[in-house]
Design a protein around this ligand. Structure first.
Ligand code: KIV
Length: 259
């Protein structure tokens, strides 16, 4: 799946996406979705941290590399970690690392008007960029929590301005996270590039979910926008208990499972 093929889906069919953080799950999701995001949600969902801020660029590159090994068909997008694109030279250096050290087809970074210069430089250097506006988890600590965007006219106008500026800067798609669905619909209609929604309603051009949320492995809390397609934690708990029981009862391994 190429960036051009993803863009061609706008207005034709919905774009599908999920996160993955390793080769094993990259392989499972490959060819089932249009793109796989190696999100910095890794820090929160798998790293045991309370937010996405503590993960570094080396870790993001390590995990993106792993996902790329498992993925043959879907586009892989690597997330720029907090602090890895705070100025143009850092941003360029780290974005280029994704292309040099992994097979990712694009990188994603959070931010609107404040990132336009950085986005342009990265794209000028030949690295494809996906934007991310609305609720930006990298800003959750400074904003005092995860805040839904587009509730006021001012916020809605700001989002529209940011979306247009990012499109103008050359991003190939924009993630709209936690944006009031009416505003996300307007932005989607306004742009010629696809919008990828997460908690932003059905009228975005595509949808993305964090896999451990969608499949019931991350159960600390369930945001309103998550639909669970599997009760993964319960299934896995059942399986580990079966295994432990079999070991204790000397029911595992049997002769066929022994050398
Ligand atoms: O880090 C992530 O997984 C993301 C998605 C939720 C869009 O940015």
């Amino acid at each position: 799946m190429t960036i051009t093929q993803i863009q061609a889906k706008k207005g034709v069919e919905k774009i599908t996406a999920i996160t993955a953080y390793d080769a094993l799950f990259g392989k499972i999701f490959d060819n089932e979705v249009d793109f796989i995001l190696v999100g910095d949600s890794l820090s929160h969902s798998f790293g045991g941290n309370s937010d996405t801020l503590s993960i570094g660029i080396d870790e993001m590159i390590y995990h993106t590399k792993a996902v790329c090994k498992g993925v043959k068909e879907s586009l892989v997008v690597g997330d720029m970690s907090f602090g890895s694109y705070c100025n143009e030279s850092e941003a360029l250096k780290n974005a280029i690392r994704f292309y040099k050290e992994t097979n990712a087809g694009a990188i994603k970074l959070e931010g609107g008007l404040n990132r336009v210069g950085i986005v342009k430089s990265i794209i000028n250097e030949g690295v494809a960029v996906m934007g991310h506006i609305g609720l930006m988890p990298q800003f959750a600590r400074s904003e005092g929590g995860y805040k839904i965007k587009g509730k006021s006219e001012e916020s809605a106008n700001r989002l529209k301005e940011e979306a247009l500026a990012l499109q103008e800067a050359g991003v190939f798609a924009i993630v709209l996270e936690g944006v009031k669905h009416e505003v996300a619909t307007e932005i989607t209609q306004m742009l010629s590039i696809p919008t990828i929604g997460i908690g932003s309603g059905v009228h975005c051009d595509g949808q993305i979910l964090v896999w451990s949320d969608a499949f019931g492995f991350f159960t600390e809390f369930k945001p309103k926008f998550v639909r669970r397609y599997l009760e993964g934690e319960a299934l896995l708990k059942g399986a580990i208990r079966e295994y432990v029981k079999d070991v204790k009862n000397q029911n595992f391994p049997n002769l066929d499972e022994s050398y």
